[in-house]
Design a protein around this ligand. Structure first.
Ligand SMILES: Nc1ncnc2c1ncn2[C@@H]1O[C@H](COP(=O)(O)OP(=O)(O)OP(=O)(O)O)[C@@H](O)[C@H]1O
Length: 331
């Protein structure tokens, strides 16, 4: 069976009359129905552009220069080829998205009822009364008490956690096949974070919704996902099940990310962080590995030739020259 979402060799370029450069390169992601899939990476690694590409919402200066984004439901569609009208039918209905900061997605001028029911008005054919009832039920499901009152409120009258619950309600009211959650809990208190993640998981399980979780936080991935792609500077550097990535990470970048959360957990005196920063796209190395400048194991070859993706274990893939049989490493 075809996966629900199949990103095949997707590259995203910046392109204007004056300048042109590649940002996201050769992305391959397969998300099966009902699967919980995570993309993790530091700021600037290309996570958000990946989600915007799926939603066909890339800004004008960015362009999918290669590859396809196949969305396979009863029919198969390459989302990157759909026009605006066709894509509007997909967004909010078959694929929906939760953002980090709900205030940017909620309009301060409209009531929660107006905004919550908007996707139903656009995509479905229910009476006003039916929609109202569905709205109240959905608010109940996301754990909002007094839903009738909240329906009449405006976004600023709600707390951050409540607004995030409303966003989840909005995203799931049409029972989408895929929910994209871009840092859905980063702006919330730690105690509320866990509640919101649990809620998203519960609801998506009940509705058979697949989740694409986008985050810089490996802890969130560990709690919510089955598979994970680790992104660095616009590329996937490692991909596997969450279990394998946590227990036996293969790529030096993944190892670095894990050391940072482990040292947090152990409250060690010195918090480990990977030295240096993610380069900006106009500074990506044209040759070699994009992580080489920060990699503790970098060899000459890493600056000269781009490594392929190796299957280092069954169903575990890592893009690093260290896995090459001809490379000798002294550890
Ligand atoms: N409109 C744009 N024009 C030019 N470059 C852009 C544009 N949007 C994003 N970029 C660049 O693309 C790279 C990837 O950005 P992206 O927002 O996808 O990263 P991210 O991993 O989601 O980071 P964050 O967690 O900070 O959102 C960054 O270096 C960013 O500067």
């Amino acid at each position: 069976m075809k996966p629900l979402l199949d990103m095949n060799h997707v590259s995203i370029d910046y392109k204007t009359d004056k300048k042109e450069f590649n940002i996201v390169k050769d992305l391959n992601i397969k998300i099966e129905e009902k699967m919980k899939y995570g993309i993790v990476g530091e700021s600037g690694s290309g996570k958000s552009l990946t989600s915007l590409a799926i939603m066909n919402l890339l800004p004008d200066v960015l362009d999918i220069s290669k590859g396809s984004i196949d969305f396979n439901t009863e029919e198969s569609r390459d989302l990157s080829k759909l026009n605006k009208k066709q894509m509007r039918k997909v967004r909010g209905n078959e694929i929906s998205m939760i953002f980090q900061e709900p205030m940017t997605a909620l309009d301060p001028l409209y009531t929660i009822e107006h905004q919550l029911l908007e996707v139903l008005r656009i995509h479905k054919n229910y009476s006003k009364k039916e929609m109202h009832k569905m709205g109240v039920d959905m608010l109940n499901k996301v754990g909002i008490s007094r839903p009738e009152q909240i329906m009449k409120d405006y976004p600023h009258q709600l707390s951050g956690g409540m607004r995030q619950r409303v966003m989840i309600a909005m995203a799931l009211i049409c029972e989408p096949k895929l929910l994209i959650a871009d840092e859905p809990t980063t702006a919330l208190d730690v105690t509320i974070q866990a509640q919101i993640l649990d809620l998203m998981n519960d609801l998506s399980e009940k509705n058979n919704t697949a989740i694409l979780m986008i985050t810089h936080d490996l802890g969130v991935i560990l709690e919510t996902c089955e598979r994970v792609a680790v992104m660095y500077a616009g590329q996937i550097v490692e991909e596997s099940t969450v279990e394998k990535i946590f227990e036996q990470p293969a790529h030096p970048y993944t190892k670095g990310l894990l050391s940072s959360i482990k040292s947090l957990g152990e409250r060690s005196k010195e918090l480990y962080s990977i030295p240096g920063n993610v380069p900006t796209p106009d500074n990506y190395q044209e040759l070699g590995c994009r992580f080489a400048t920060r990699c503790p194991y970098a060899m000459d070859k890493c600056f000269e030739q781009e490594p392929p993706m190796y299957e280092v274990e069954e169903d575990q893939f890592s893009k690093c020259w260290l896995h090459d049989e001809e490379v000798q490493v002294d550890e």
